[in-house]
Design a protein around this ligand. Structure first.
Ligand SMILES: [Zn+2]
Length: 407
């Protein structure tokens, strides 16, 4: 009886599939599907090209399977959908990369129009500006209608760390803060992954030669916005079990094989040592510290270190795939998470608003190569949204203007 039922189900699905243009001549199988079953033992996986259709029974599709870039199933789910073009409260994008837009009146006008359409009140420019470039950007902002709506973080140059480096770096940072920088960042993944010391060795994130710069940040009351490593999968073998296989295949600069790079765990350990060693310095770990896929570990970090905050840029795929867990995390750590977007693509912000503000089910993400899944709304309460969108950023960054935000 069981075998007959299986046959009926397989025939039905093959009939639906028969409309595929790839094989228009194919008719319903005449019992052939069941005959093609391959049995596997407990704990074994199906052979390549086959999928498990019943416990321990594998079957190959009759039509040539599409590659993962061509398979784009249309969802037939009908549920309420709430598009959210503008944030519910004026937001601060703490992870801004406006690049050239901050250097001219015309660029700032373009930026302002885009931010207005999204209800982003302020952008914090994390493009590592320093010296003359910083001064040029500060002057352009001050002379524009965006004067209260853009603030700039200072970059730190981690090349040639060795004798004399710290004095020069602290002096430059003091000059940049005097010129208008409100924090440091974005310290990039190069610190840990690529930067070498003057003696040629890898510059560890927790190298004591860097201590004076972190201490200066505490003294100057400026936060440090830091991006460490990259998603864990970028450090793992690029096989068909890797969640980021497609992305790793598309972008060769995101691969960190163990024979050429420190491990993900090593970089996280160095970063956490840095946070721990400088309890008076405020750190904002970008991209939820690459722990959005493991909120328990991120919670542990935040519990242990009250000087650490985090930011949501470019990890929406992890937040939106765990609406229950994420909701509880954002409520519990509502004083510790900042909004930030990273790459400046105005059309992508509304996906963030929808995840944070609605309880919508199963909707598309904006980067299909990041994630082979849909997103769900986390439905955060208003008090939490206000902290996430602007209050936390204002609290930890004393030099940000307060105008334009609800009290
Ligand atoms: Zn960034």
């Amino acid at each position: 009886m069981k075998a007959v039922a299986l046959l009926v189900v397989l025939s039905a699905s093959s009939v639906a599939g028969a409309q595929q243009p790839a094989n228009p001549q194919a008719g319903p199988p005449r019992g052939g599907a069941f005959a093609r079953i391959t049995e596997i033992g407990p704990g074994e996986s199906c052979p390549p090209g086959q999928t498990e259709v019943r416990p321990h029974r594998c079957l190959a599709p009759e039509f040539a399977p599409p590659s993962i870039v061509d398979y784009r199933p249309r969802s037939t789910l009908v549920v309420p959908a709430h598009k959210v073009p503008k944030a519910r409260y004026p937001a601060i994008d703490y992870h801004g990369h406006p690049n050239q837009l901050v250097t001219s009146a015309q660029g700032l006008a373009t930026l302002g129009a885009a931010l207005d359409s999204l209800n982003v009140r302020m952008m914090v420019d994390a493009d590592n500006l320093s010296g003359e470039r910083l001064k040029t950007a500060v002057a352009a902002v001050a002379a524009s209608p965006m004067r209260d709506r853009v603030r700039i973080l200072a970059g730190v140059n981690f090349r040639e760390v060795g004798p004399g480096w710290a004095e020069r770096a602290v002096k430059q940072l003091e000059a940049d803060v005097a010129a208008g920088a409100v924090g440091v960042g974005e310290i990039g993944k190069g610190l840990g992954l690529f930067n070498t010391k003057a003696d040629g060795t890898r510059l560890h994130i927790d190298d004591p030669d860097l201590d004076p710069i972190w201490d200066a940040c505490a003294r100057l009351r400026i936060p440090v916005f830091i991006h460490t490593a990259d998603p864990e999968e970028f450090f793992r073998p690029i096989d068909y079990n890797n969640e980021r296989w497609l992305e790793l295949s598309l972008f060769n600069d995101r691969r960190y094989p163990a024979d050429r790079f420190p491990t993900f765990e090593q970089l996280m350990t160095e970063r956490n040592n840095l946070f721990r060693r400088h309890p008076k310095t405020t750190f904002v770990a970008a991209h939820m510290g690459w722990s959005a896929n493991d909120l328990t570990s991120l919670a542990k970090l935040l519990d242990e270190m009250p000087n650490v905050y985090t930011e949501v840029g470019a990890v929406l795929y992890d937040i939106g795939r765990q609406p229950h867990e994420a909701h509880d995390f954002f409520v519990k750590y509502q004083d510790r998470v900042l909004f930030g977007k990273d790459s400046f693509q105005p059309e992508e912000y509304p996906y963030y608003w929808r995840v944070f503000e609605t309880d919508d089910d199963y909707f598309d993400y904006y980067r299909p190569y990041h994630a082979f899944w849909k997103l769900y709304g986390v439905n955060l309460p208003d008090t939490v949204l206000r902290k996430l969108y602007f209050q936390n950023a204002l609290r930890i960054t004393p030099a940000l203007p307060r105008t334009g935000f609800p009290r």
